[in-house]
Design a protein around this ligand. Structure first.
Ligand code: SF4
Length: 443
């Protein structure tokens, strides 16, 4: 594949008996125009959905362009997370330092909004000028008596994945700072961000099974719940790329076990419920899970069959942030007759890619940390009918004249759970079958 830079060749593989192990977990190649975002963005996507905290970006205003509009995590209560605050550093601050500005902004914002905690994100320029953000946070924490947590996330420090780690470390500072009575059979949901209210669907399932949800980290998240998160019996980790670090730290310090799940697609959603019941060794919980799955599947299958009949033969390209999601998508698409011809992620691990390789049909292109040039070529080469990705993939699809399904932060339709599977099938159908593509597609 001539359009792949030499240094990136080993990050691309084609599924088949002799497919080599893909290289991943690497820093993006300079000049390859990676689809990955910066460290700050990674930290922000994880922490932002904590709804009763103040999120202050210490940096130039441009970094603060990443607002709630870009990741619309919903709240069932406070909506402080929807406000975007920045210290708006200017040339003068870069020369003389921005510490005073940070202190003044923090005091003013805490007085005005009375948050339960504050997260202070450092950006590239702060990493360069070296403001002592930790000192300011300690000072304000003492004066205002709320946790003020520095999130050391200068964008140039690494990739979005490093930002996830920084965010997990910020959350970990809160865990264990409260101790409330908590039912033994309780879980924390890690890595669901309540996009389009998806978390609320999951809460309903767990409620029906008799599982107590102690803390949701971070979708519709509350500081007080996170402070007591160590008391849950189990951490259930969805989107493991972003939250596995927190789960591991909690296991080490508090002994909280964790399991990886996915809530996308019928198969993975059902496994997620069964796995929790199995973990608690609770027959009643398992019986309720079975009943729930049975009801949902018998309602869904006839409807999905209608879509499968019409979508069989269509081909999809998948490029998403986490590989675990990509795996669920391959299975969900198969259920409605759609073949995945390209599967890629920004942050997959060797194990993830091995699983993808086994799961996909021979000839499927598997790619790590891709870029627009590669993705455009893959899509054309494989004659994909629909592209499933996030905000940065949308223009690639539309420029080629291809249907696009948003499976990322900005979507307004829940795609998790059984209800989400139905929405997903409807969206794939409406997009892939739209008559408009016959006027745009290359012959
Ligand atoms: S790369 Fe640096 S300047 Fe750009 S958004 Fe990230 S933190 Fe801000």
């Amino acid at each position: 594949m001539a359009y792949i830079l030499d240094e990136r060749q080993k990050q691309v593989s084609v599924a088949g008996a002799n497919a080599p192990t893909i290289e991943c977990n690497k820093v993006s190649l300079a000049g390859s125009v990676s689809q990955r975002a910066c460290v700050f963005c990674g930290s922000r996507v994880v922490l932002y959905p904590i709804v009763d905290a103040l999120h202050l970006i210490h940096g130039p205003i441009g970094c603060a362009a990443y607002t709630w509009d870009i990741r619309g995590s919903l709240s069932s209560g406070p909506e402080l997370h929807r406000l975007s605050f920045s210290t708006d550093l200017q040339e003068r601050d870069v020369i003389f330092g921005g510490e005073n500005k940070l202190y003044d902004s923090l005091i003013e914002l805490i007085d005005a909004h009375n948050p339960k905690a504050a997260f202070i994100y450092t950006t590239c320029i702060v990493g360069v000028i070296g403001d002592d953000v930790e000192r300011i946070c300690r000072q304000v924490e003492k004066e205002k008596n709320i946790p003020v947590i520095p999130v050391q996330a200068p964008g140039f420090q690494g990739s979005k994945k490093d930002g996830y780690k920084v965010a997990c470390e910020a959350i970990f500072k809160l865990v264990g700072t409260a101790d409330k009575p908590t039912p033994k059979k309780s879980i924390n949901i890690l890595g669901d961000f309540n996009l389009a209210g998806e978390l609320w669907i999951l809460l309903e399932y767990y409620k029906k099974m008799g599982v107590h949800v102690n803390a949701t980290i971070t979708g519709d998240g509350r500081i007080d719940d996170i402070r007591n998160a160590q008391n849950a019996g189990l951490n259930v980790v969805q989107c493991s790329g972003s939250m596995i670090h927190l789960a591991k730290m909690m296991k080490e310090k508090y002994g909280t076990p964790f399991m990886r799940v996915s809530y996308f697609g019928i198969e993975d959603m059902s496994d997620a419920l069964y796995d929790v019941a199995r973990f608690f060794k609770d027959d009643d919980m398992m019986a309720k899970a079975r009943q729930l799955v049975k009801e949902e599947i018998s309602r869904l299958m006839p409807e999905l069959a209608w879509y499968k009949e019409r979508l069989t033969g269509k081909k999809a390209a998948i490029y998403v942030g986490g590989a675990f999601k990509a795996i669920s998508l391959v299975k969900a698409l198969r259920l409605i007759g759609v073949q995945s011809v390209i599967v890629g992620s920004q942050t997959g691990t060797p194990e993830d890619y091995e699983l993808i390789k086994k799961l996909c049909d021979e000839g499927t292109i598997i790619v790590d940390d891709s870029n627009p040039v590669e993705l455009s070529h893959f899509v054309k080469e494989k004659h994909a009918d629909i592209f499933i990705g996030g905000v940065k993939e949308r223009p690639i699809a539309h420029k080629i004249g291809l249907g696009f399904c948003d499976h990322n932060h900005e979507r307004k339709e829940p795609l998790a759970g059984y209800e989400g599977m139905m929405n997903f099938a409807k969206e794939i159908y409406a997009t892939a079958m739209s008559p408009v593509w016959k006027f745009t597609k290359n012959p």
